[in-house]
Ligand binder design. Structure first.
Ligand code: GAL
Length: 420
């Protein structure tokens, strides 16, 4: 019988794996590649994209970092300063990525040092394709080299995007792509959070937690309350359409692996109530709290929203369980988030353009969370109530709560078990 050479065997094997991968049969090994424990509560910080897009440079990032410190955002927990798309220049002759020399003339290591000296952390953006969404060099084929470079620069967080990864059967396998970058980070020797940004296209909630610490669940957010804007082949959505996609995903998020409904537009929405609701609901979802506004120019009422300690505590609760939609009507909804102390956070969201009077007669409605196995019978157990926006104590759950919620606003209450 004719011998098959080793070269042919390898080629045959590669072909078979390729066919199997295309057929979705290959599951890449689930060994723990990611550096664990970097995001035990949802990451908090700022990112340049939502407000500035490509119009960024080192002066803007430094001024923003200074404002994050002076406004109290850092001390409230917002430590990541993430430089999104468009920081890149060309690769050098050895293939090393370099920053845009005009926009970042001092280099990225200097920027990392600047942030670290202020008690902040440094985040950077790349893409699993040959090019980023804005056409800058992507990391495909350079993953280990880029991760090493980022480690030299002192990077703490990588947002890894999904543009230009091919179409249809030609498309890069997302698990392979994110696993490769995760392994590259581990090999770099520096602990870096990996933010998986493939827009929820391949159900990342089922697999991305092996490789990264958070994963986008939707397409891009945009600064409107209830709109979807088409850009041709893709679209972006406002607060309500994104929120509506989250309830079914709550079972997948938790410590060190978070559902990411995208960076916040708090500060960029037209009405103050909408900014409040957006923040309240992202806090309720246990979503990463990544600010996307102009921090140096931020109005005091926006700073007050973003630094509200009670809302932040609800978001950062160590149980890491996102809220369930408890009561739904066309105009208003009540969401309930189980908390580590045995209590709940309750949000009354007014979706409508009219003030809504909502009464919660605790004893008359069952609060049962099948996903996280929590049940509260308000006839048996009583809770104190605190208004999370103001910190003021309310009546407890032995009497009904009635609240007028302004158009597009959200009331939030924290329920703590009562010792009688
Ligand atoms: C998108 C991503 C945005 C932003 C943008 C940069 O794919 O979802 O958050 O990073 O790319 O080009």
């Amino acid at each position: 019988m004719k011998q098959i050479s080793a070269g042919w065997l390898t080629a045959l094997r590669a072909f078979a794996i390729g066919v199997a991968a295309l057929a979705g049969l290959v599951s890449f090994p689930a060994a723990a590649q990611k550096i664990e424990g970097l995001a035990l509560t949802p990451p908090m910080g700022w990112n340049s994209w939502n407000h500035y897009g490509c119009d960024i440079d080192e002066t803007l990032i430094r001024q923003t970092a200074d404002a994050i410190v002076s406004s109290g955002l850092r001390d409230a927990g917002y430590t990541y300063v993430n430089v999104d798309d468009c920081w890149h220049g060309e690769r050098d002759a050895a293939g090393n990525i370099q920053p845009d020399p005009e926009r970042f003339p001092s280099g990225m290591k200097a920027l990392g040092n600047y942030l670290h000296a202020r008690g902040l952390k440094f985040g950077i953006y790349s893409d699993a394709g040959m090019q980023t969404c804005a056409g800058r060099p992507g990391s495909q084929g350079h993953e280990y080299q880029d991760a090493r470079r980022y480690a030299e620069w002192g990077v703490d967080y990588i947002k890894y995007d999904w543009c230009n990864t091919g179409e249809g059967v030609e498309q890069r396998n997302p698990r392979e792509a994110y696993r490769t970058m995760s392994n590259a980070i581990a090999a770099s020797g520096r602990a870096m959070v990996l933010s998986v940004c493939e827009w929820g296209d391949h159900d990342p909630w089922l697999w991305a937690g092996q490789y990264g610490h958070l994963w986008r669940t939707t397409g891009d957010i945009i600064n409107c309350w209830d709109c979807t804007v088409s850009h041709g082949s893709w679209s972006s959505s406002g607060v309500l359409p994104i929120l509506d996609q989250q309830a079914k995903l709550r079972r997948y998020g938790g410590p060190d692996g978070w559902n990411d409904p995208d960076m916040m537009e708090v500060g960029n929405l037209p009405k103050l109530a909408e900014n409040r609701s957006h923040f309240a609901m992202w806090a309720m979802l246990a979503a990463p709290l990544i600010i996307g506004t102009d921090v140096p120019g931020m109005k005091p009422e926006i700073t007050a929203i973003l630094t509200n300690p009670r809302l932040i505590a609800i978001n950062q609760d160590e149980a890491g369980q996102g809220a369930m939609k408890w009561i739904a009507t066309p105009d208003w909804e009540v969401w309930a988030k189980p908390l580590a102390d045995g209590g709940w956070a309750i949000a009354i969201l007014n979706r409508s353009g009219e003030t809504q009077r909502v009464t919660l007669d605790w004893g008359a409605v069952e609060l049962k969370d099948d996903t996280f196995g929590r049940q509260t019978d308000f006839a048996q157990m009583h809770y104190t109530l605190t208004d999370a926006w103001t910190g003021s104590a309310q009546s407890d759950t032995r009497t009904p709560l009635t609240r007028d919620v302004a158009p597009h606003d959200t009331a939030v209450f924290r329920l703590r078990p009562m010792i009688l």
